[in-house]
Design a protein around this ligand. Structure first.
Ligand code: FES
Length: 106
């Protein structure tokens, strides 16, 4: 079952930007792609748990701020070492200027 939670406003994230969203004891990263779509992943890097929202978005990739590993944030697949374990991704819905993520879904 989907559990949609409002993460932010669409205006909170520039294109090719990333936004940290904390919910309970969980943290997520929300991305605004260069083609205007929104995506969400777990907020912590799978390598050593740095906050990805402090990293840099380049096209469809997020570069981790700690060791500069990278992931494709659309699929969660690592693209640059030392990142080697995929990020969990979450479905995103945009409605009335807000970005919602399905915190239970994949
Ligand atoms: Fe992200 Fe090391 S913590 S690449």
């Amino acid at each position: 079952m989907a559990t949609l939670v409002r993460a932010c406003s669409v205006d909170d994230i520039e294109e090719e930007g990333v936004h940290r969203f904390d919910h309970g004891d969980r943290t997520f990263a929300i991305y605004h792609s260069p083609d205007g779509e929104f995506f969400a992943t777990d907020g912590l890097c799978t390598h050593e748990h740095a906050h990805l929202a402090e990293g840099i978005v380049d096209g469809h990739e997020i570069e981790c701020p700690l060791h500069f590993g990278a992931f494709d944030y659309r699929s969660g697949i690592p693209t640059v070492a030392p990142a080697c374990v995929a990020l969990k991704t979450y479905s995103v819905k945009v409605e009335d200027g807000s970005v919602f993520i399905d915190i239970d879904g994949g």
